[in-house]
Design a protein around this ligand. Structure first.
Ligand code: MG
Length: 252
């Protein structure tokens, strides 16, 4: 079931989402060689709680795995998503790292992700980040009242393919707001003109996850990796579908 949100619900989703936008901006200055993903996670949890929110991923359960232990998903290099923050994961010059974060405030959810460069990165890594960021903005542009989910998927997936890269298999965007993950699923490739129709008042998390070398993924517990060990990037925004251009809720 796809929820249409009321203006008062949208206000709460916007408030949760704004904490995320500010946090992801603030993290930029902290992401330098030598910091551990655990330190980033500790910082993020305090940041969210100081603003009256709660981490939405911490304690998240899926069958067969221990509850997710972090506030952030921290996913370096070939890790696509759901990397677990750890004192043992120390960022080094030239890494890229995807940071994904969900916040609950007044019972409503926002969700967003960004990929960061650690110091000086290769031109290949920078290009992957650019392509993934552009794929997200094309997806957001396609998310208008009256369009279909497949129009988002096509906008994202056809652009990724045109750049010679690969959307990670089986990892999709989703509705968000009343729950962390709501219908509809939003695949990162697909056919224009198909799928559920979008309506003003839907809140969606669009999130291209893009690998340089393959669409195939390997799961190790929570963590997903590009099967060929190639670099992977991830950008995500929670957005509100409107009668005009979608509103990006997780912008700082
Ligand atoms: Mg998400």
């Amino acid at each position: 079931m796809i929820y249409l949100k009321s203006p008062s619900e949208i206000e709460k989703i916007r408030a949760a989402s704004q904490i995320i936008g500010e946090l992801l901006d603030t993290l930029t200055a902290m992401i330098v060689p030598g910091i551990s993903t655990w330190e980033l996670d500790q910082y993020a949890e305090s940041f969210i709680r100081e603003r009256g929110g709660k981490p939405a991923f911490k304690g998240y359960k899926i069958p067969g795995l221990k509850p997710f232990p972090g506030t952030l998903c921290t996913s370096p290099n070939s890790c696509i998503v759901h990397g677990i923050p750890s004192k043992k994961v120390i960022l080094k010059e030239g890494d890229i790292i995807g940071i994904d974060v969900g916040v609950i405030k007044d019972r409503y959810y926002g969700d967003a992700a960004r990929t960061y460069a650690v110091g000086q990165i290769s031109s290949e890594a920078a290009r992957l980040m650019d392509v993934t960021r552009t794929a997200l903005s094309l997806g957001i542009q396609a998310a208008v009242d009256g369009a279909r989910v497949g129009d988002i998927s096509y906008a994202v997936g056809s652009y990724i393919a045109s750049q010679g890269y690969f959307p990670a298999d089986d990892l999709t965007g989703h509705g968000v707001g009343i729950k962390l993950h709501e219908d509809p699923q939003i695949p990162n490739s697909g056919k224009a003109g198909y799928g559920p129709r979008l309506e003003a008042g839907m809140t969606l998390a669009i999130e291209p996850m893009v690998n340089i070398g393959t669409n195939r993924v390997i799961e190790k517990g929570w963590e997903f990796f590009a099967a060929d060990g190639s670099l992977s990037a991830h950008y995500e925004h929670s957005i509100l579908v409107t009668n005009a251009q979608a509103e990006i809720l997780t912008k700082a």
